[in-house]
Design a protein. Structure first.
Ligand SMILES: C[S@@+](CC[C@H](N)C(=O)[O-])C[C@H]1O[C@@H](n2cnc3c(N)ncnc32)[C@H](O)[C@@H]1O
Length: 257
């Protein structure tokens, strides 16, 4: 685990600080214990992962084996590289920043954003342990140090106002509670930090090969709307970008100083 990592973490359910005891992180007040699996803290009560979050946790645990091939190799046949590039053109990563990606998956977005010339401290959270395991393998291969934690993006296990930038790509359309997830991204961001939230639009679902859209499609197409109405009105510079032939939305905003 990165040496400063524990300093950033809390028990997401009590908000209390954690201490290390062998292979566990322990709540300093309630003594609740969380495992650290192969270096990845599991800051999640499995019994509280429900509904869509549970469904997608299971799906991504299964998909972890094929995800990079599907999104990287097959996706690039359909112009997927352009999608990553268009996102990376908007998301600003500053040298020396502490950056968090919620729902990091296998880390492909960070790989695309990363500029070897900049020293950036990356952290990533995901609800799927197997996606994180793949991410860890990838990050070693890419030589990018990423502090990983298993958790729910709707209940982040990080202290208030620690990150210089927080972003999320690709999971929020199917979260149980978008408002909560966005509130959490804002809570852990420092005042003045940039926040970015992106996912696929309804147009992408219509255009996707049926085998892929079967996996995602929901009868209510509003699920694919950019989640602007969930952003608190005190946030500033809220902009919705539509990228890659309107198949991806990316909402950017700033937390006031
Ligand atoms: C389409 S993948 C995107 C991965 C990565 N951001 C990328 O762009 O390649 C969606 C990710 O969201 C994660 N996810 C789904 N629901 C989540 C939740 N409630 N909290 C945290 N992660 C979640 C999944 O496990 C999966 O890794």
């Amino acid at each position: 685990m990165k040496y400063e990592f524990l300093e950033l973490l809390i028990n997401p359910y009590s908000g209390n600080e954690l201490k290390r005891e062998n292979d566990f992180l322990v709540d300093t007040l309630t003594e609740e214990r969380f495992t650290v699996k192969n270096g990845i803290p599991v800051l999640l009560r499995e019994e509280e992962v429900k509904d869509l979050n549970k469904l997608y946790q299971k799906r991504y645990d299964w998909l972890a084996y094929f995800y990079d091939f599907m999104v990287g190799t097959i996706g690039s046949l359909f112009g997927g590289k352009e999608a990553f590039k268009s996102i990376a053109e908007i998301i600003e990563v500053k040298s020396g920043a502490l950056v968090l990606e919620t729902s990091i998956g296998t880390g492909m977005e960070i790989k695309n954003l990363h500029d070897k010339g900049k020293k950036v401290d990356y952290y990533g959270l995901d609800i799927s342990y197997r996606m994180l395991k793949k991410c860890r393998r990838n990050s070693k291969k890419w030589d990018i140090d990423i502090g990983l934690v298993q958790g729910n993006a709707e209940t982040l296990p990080f202290k208030d106002e620690v990150f210089d930038m927080v972003f999320h790509i690709g999971g929020i359309n199917f979260f149980n509670n978008k408002t909560k997830a966005i509130k959490e991204m804002i809570r852990v961001a420092k005042p003045g930090a940039n926040i970015y939230i992106g996912d696929e639009t309804a147009k992408q679902i219509e255009k996707q090969p049926k085998i892929i859209s079967y996996f995602y499609q929901k009868p209510d197409f509003h699920i694919y709307d950019p989640p602007v109405k969930h952003i608190p009105e005190e946030m500033i510079d809220i902009v919705t970008h539509t990228l890659w032939n309107e198949m991806i939305y990316l909402v950017s905003f700033r937390k006031p100083e």
